[in-house]
Design a protein around this ligand. Structure first.
Ligand SMILES: Cc1cc2nc3c(=O)[nH]c(=O)nc-3n(C[C@H](O)[C@H](O)[C@H](O)COP(=O)(O)OP(=O)(O)OC[C@H]3O[C@@H](n4cnc5c(N)ncnc54)[C@H](O)[C@@H]3O)c2cc1C
Length: 390
């Protein structure tokens, strides 16, 4: 790469949001995607589930176009039909919820490469200087100057940090890819309980042929003193009665650690000619830590707005990004955050979780997993203090 390049648009980070932004960006715009990884999307730091289009219509009912969720078969390693959600006392909810289990690395790299825009790999951004004329992204091996910058660099966004707006509420997670997993491959499994996933949840996501993503989200401050995420994942695999039945012959193929943002999204995602997109702006369905669909949509919306700016020459139009993505997604994000806030209150102890779960039906859990708030949860802020008396 030359020491310095000048472009119209720099996409800082080519994960889900960055790949879908590049995909939507007009080819006559001189753009570059920049990513620190040698191979886009790899290693996969994700459970890789993406709801079917019909589920997306329930989850994000305000979307105008759902065609992004016509996920091509070649990106899919498995399809699942149900979510099984198990509490600490073994109470299980089974919910109809169709998911693609995607090959996320393949999806990111193909979508980005097919966009036709230049991509700089193995290029870590070490400093971002936002300027009105041309902002500067300092890389380890050069400088990229760009008129518009899209910060798509994930939960630990350097772009958001440079703008001093980074959200800091994240749940650390640890995940193994395992083989010889003996679960129903039609089902995504979720488990809650302080012993395995203090303040978060644990999962088994079958990728097909006995391979699965097996992981835990774990907040150390909510766990017993001396406990940690690795011990929790090992217990989940070897000892925990509700999960170890599926994992007793399983073997680790690879492992990752990463963080999931679990906050409300940023109130302002446009700063001059810089946009923050996806995890960088905490655009997630926080109660389940899902950010693939929201990042796909946000990347696509950002691309359309940037195209409009270059077509019209009116860069003030960038401001409309805030309004556009909020109209499509904010309602679901706020409902998810409300559910997550209730969860934070009841997840202090396994007894408390089990007691509250007794009040929920499969239908309630269906609503919860679709980021809808059942009536019982709407009145929970009043009910919870009463319940806690007993
Ligand atoms: C363990 C785990 C499991 C998850 N499971 C699911 C799931 O099953 N379904 C779901 O919907 N969501 C899931 N999520 C959340 C989901 O993965 C994210 O919300 C989503 O990937 C966000 O996309 P993004 O493009 O904003 O960020 P990312 O996909 O994280 O992409 C950011 C990109 O920026 C690059 N980058 C970062 N810093 C720099 C830098 N300084 N210089 C250059 N490049 C940089 C990175 O290499 C990366 O390619 C999970 C998250 C975790 C951690």
């Amino acid at each position: 790469m030359p020491n310095q390049i000048e472009v119209e648009v720099a996409v800082a980070g080519v994960g889900i949001a960055g790949a879908f932004l590049l995909r939507g960006l007009n080819r006559n715009i001189k753009a570059v995607g920049i990513d620190k990884r040698e191979k886009l999307g790899y290693p996969v730091e994700c459970g890789e589930i993406v709801p079917f289009k019909e589920e997306m219509k329930i989850l994000l009912p305000d979307l105008e176009d759902y065609s992004l969720f016509d996920i091509p078969k070649r990106y899919e390693s498995n399809k699942t039909k149900f979510i099984s959600f198990t509490g600490p006392d073994g109470k299980e909810f089974v919910v109809d919820f169709k998911m693609h289990v995607v090959e996320r690395d393949r999806m990111i790299s193909e979508v980005a490469e097919k966009s036709g825009h230049e991509i700089l790999k193995s290029s870590r951004i070490i400093r971002f200087t936002p300027l009105h004329s041309k902002s500067a992204l300092k890389l380890e091996n050069g400088v990229v100057k760009a008129e518009v910058v899209a910060g798509c660099d994930g939960a630990n966004s350097r772009i958001a940090s440079a703008l001093k707006v980074r959200k800091l509420t994240v749940v650390p997670s640890k995940q193994y890819v395992m083989e010889n997993v003996e679960c129903d491959e039609d089902t995504v499994y979720m488990f809650v309980g302080k012993k395995i996933a203090a303040g978060g949840y644990a999962w088994i996501i079958p990728k097909g042929n006995g391979i699965a993503n097996v992981g835990v989200g774990f907040v150390r401050q909510k766990a017993e003193r001396g406990d940690n995420i690795i011990k929790a994942l090992e217990r989940f695999i070897k000892e925990y009665p509700h999960s170890s039945i599926f994992l007793k012959h399983a073997r680790v193929l690879s492992e990752i650690g990463a963080v999931v943002p679990v906050d409300l999204p940023l109130e302002k995602t446009v700063h001059g000619k810089t946009l923050l997109v996806g995890d960088a702006a905490s655009m997630v369905i926080s109660h389940v830590g899902a950010g693939i669909p929201t990042s796909m949509i946000a990347g696509d919306v950002a691309a359309r707005i940037i195209n409009e700016c270059f077509e019209s020459g009116e860069f003030s139009r960038l401001e409309s990004f805030d309004e556009r993505w909020r109209k499509l997604m904010l309602g679901a994000m706020e409902r998810a955050y409300f559910i997550k806030s209730l969860w934070d209150k009841i997840s202090e102890s396994d007894e408390k979780i089990a007691k509250h779960f007794k009040l929920l039906s499969d239908k309630d859990m269906w609503n919860i997993l679709h980021a809808r708030i059942p009536f019982k949860l709407k009145i929970a802020p009043i009910l919870l203090p009463l319940l806690n008396l007993f």
